[in-house]
Design a binder for this molecule. Structure first.
Ligand SMILES: O=C(O)c1cc(=O)[nH]c(=O)n1[C@@H]1O[C@H](COP(=O)(O)O)[C@@H](O)[C@H]1O
Length: 235
């Protein structure tokens, strides 16, 4: 089984990100660069990290009208990321436009296309946060609704919390990638994450990829933290 851990390099500093890649190479499956890194360093920053030879998950969480999201997908196509994100709540037309644009753009540059993942309900939100923005019903019901829409749109995978992954897996079957943040080993702080679980529990419930940031990156010895997580996964 490929290493399921993608480490979230949430920093504005290219050197710090590169240093973490050097420390974690061989211990994790890939790295995730998100809004914090991209707004500070742009495409050149992404290219600098991609050049270090680890799979890159470019998490920009696009959410706009279909035409704009399609343009943004064409914009990131040359960056050779393995995964990227959009918000499922942008709806069917937006998700379909994103995946169609990713296919067209990849054909033009003759590269494997970026896999598109739709973020369902952010793992930092709990039931009361959902209700405060006008969603009624449970988090699980909303994630299930978005999973159905995501699969129908042809998007490659869904981002959800470990609390929903088992139900979603039973609905969507084995082909769809289920990417799970909100991962906290028993020894790590939850911080702003609300719907959390340990790496092992999340894998047992059907995750394909675990997105883990601060438990590794904020540790005094990130490589030791990654090794400990791998041992817990294999043990
Ligand atoms: O799309 C994501 O990766 C994502 C979705 C979500 O619902 N929750 C979530 O935490 N993330 C990302 O996963 C990472 C989690 O980082 P830590 O909380 O430090 O482990 C961050 O980079 C978030 O941007």
């Amino acid at each position: 089984m490929p290493n399921p851990v993608y480490v979230a390099l949430d920093t504005t500093n290219v050197n710090q990100a590169a240093d973490l890649v050097a420390k974690l190479k061989g211990l994790v499956g890939g790295v995730k660069l998100g809004l914090e890194f991209f707004t500070a360093n742009g495409p050149a920053g992404i290219e600098a990290i991609t050049a270090l030879g680890m799979p890159v998950f470019l998490d920009l969480k696009f959410h706009d009208i279909p035409n704009t999201v399609a343009g943004a997908m064409r914009g990131i196509a040359p960056l050779a990321a393995r995964y990227t994100t959009i918000h499922a709540s942008g709806g069917f037309a937006m998700m379909k436009a994103a995946v169609d644009a990713a296919k067209d753009a990849a054909a033009k540059v003759d590269r494997p296309r970026v896999k598109v993942l739709a973020v369902s309900i952010l793992t930092s939100m709990d039931q009361s946060a959902m209700e405060s923005v006008g969603f009624s019903g449970s988090v699980l019901e909303q994630v299930k609704r978005l999973a159905v829409l995501t699969q129908a749109s042809g998007v490659d995978g869904l981002v959800c919390s470990p609390h929903e992954v088992e139900t979603v897996r039973s609905m969507v079957g084995p082909a769809m990638a289920l990417v799970v943040p909100g991962i906290r080993p028993a020894w790590a702080e939850a911080g702003d994450q609300k719907r959390v679980m340990t790496p092992k529990e999340a894998m047992e419930r059907g995750a394909d990829i675990l997105v883990i940031g601060r438990p590794i990156t904020a540790a005094s010895y990130p490589a030791d933290a990654a090794k400990r997580i791998l041992e817990e996964l294999n043990g």
